[in-house]
Write a protein of this length. Sequence first.
Length: 86
Amino acid sequence: MSHKPVFDGEKLALLRARAGTTQRELAEIVGTTAAMICRYEASTCQPRLKAVVRLEEAFCIERGGLYVQVATLSTDNENVSRHDRR
C-alpha cells in the first residue's frame, strides 16, 4: 500500500471554528470565495497548493498540517502477496 496525502476539510472547519472566523473572513484572508472555503471544508473540492499554503499561514500551522495520509492499494507487483500471484 502507498499513502496519498488528502486535504483534511474537517480539520480546516475545526481550525476556523476555534479561531471564531467565518468562511467569508477566511476567504478574504486566503484570496478565494466563501463558497470555495465551504467546498474545502466539506471535502468536495481539493484546494490548490497555493491556497493550502495560505490556509496554513492563516492558522500558523506547519506545512502539510492540513493533509491526512490515506492508504491506497498499489498496483505494483512487489506489493501483491504470493497467494495472489498465479
